[in-house]
Write a protein that binds this ligand. Structure first.
Ligand code: ADP
Length: 247
């Protein structure tokens, strides 16, 4: 078995008296699509903030492929290949979807404004390929303000992929997306990740989506991992259903 991509050990985080992480051990395996579920306030977003360096633990370690990143700054962590979607600054609404993507690709290649990256054919091509990957090539010339919520999420995913991540963290990818768009969005997302070999973690409240798309589920409650395993097993555990899913 290959070593985990991300390995978290003994992590503790408190905000005032609240224990958002209370001795968490968690591995994210290479190539998996891992769901995190749990009640509101259980520490799911804190985990994403830890993995991206925005929150620092008072105890414990975080390793990315064996490298200790516990004290790394968010910028350094991004450079090492951990990206987060849906927390990226707003799309430029008065620019086209393609322009937004080209800016992300150019920024990732280290272009600066005065180097007119948008004139570069290589950047345009890479941006178009990303749009094609998430199924938005037909909307390249659309202003991003005219996108549906599902379209915005897919654009966000394409923006995150422009960073060429090894690990993508998604905080509620389907939040705000219409019911009709949820499954197509997740289907597309799962396929893109598989095709590109990107490992991903998603926080999700919709158990149908978790059951259908996650390879593995980790359950949080009160700052602790209380269960983990394949979706069918975890989501038929009476304690998980009672305490976490709320049925
Ligand atoms: P979840 O994502 O599961 O809803 P969070 O990780 O956002 O949970 O929050 C876990 C707990 O930590 C909550 O009680 C929340 O209010 C608290 N918390 C999270 N971030 C902060 C912060 N920056 N300042 C103060 N309290 C926070």
């Amino acid at each position: 078995m290959t070593a985990p991509l991300l390995s978290v050990r003994g992590i503790k985080v408190s905000f005032g008296g609240v224990k958002a992480a209370d001795g968490v051990d968690l591995d994210v395996n290479q190539g998996e699509f891992l769901a995190i579920i749990g009640p509101n306030g259980s520490g799911k977003t804190t985990f994403i903030n830890l993995a991206t360096g925005y929150v620092k633990p008072k105890a414990g370690t975080i390793h990315l492929e064996g490298r200790d990143i516990t004290s790394h700054k968010p910028r350094e962590i991004t450079k090492l290949g951990i990206a987060r979607a849906f927390q990226i600054p707003q799309l430029f609404g008065d620019h086209t979807v393609l322009d937004n993507l080209m800016l992300a690709v150019a920024a990732n290649r280290g272009f600066w404004r005065w180097q007119t990256p948008l004139g570069s054919e290589g950047v345009r091509q890479a941006a178009m390929e990303l749009l094609d990957t998430v199924g938005l090539a037909d909307l390249a010339a659309t202003h991003s303000s005219a996108l549906s919520e599902g379209g915005r999420k897919l654009t966000d995913i394409a923006l995150a992929l422009a960073l060429q991540p090894r690990l993508l963290l998604l905080d509620e990818p389907t939040a705000g997306v219409s019911t009709d768009e949820k499954h197509p969005l997740m289907e597309k997302l799962a396929k893109v990740l598989r095709d590109r070999g990107v490992t991903a973690v998603f926080v999700e409240h919709d158990m149908d989506l978790v059951r259908r798309y996650a390879d593995r589920v980790v359950v949080w409650n009160q700052g602790r991992v209380v269960a983990e395993g394949p979706p069918d097993t975890v989501l038929s555990d009476p304690a998980v259903l009672r305490d976490v899913v709320g049925v």
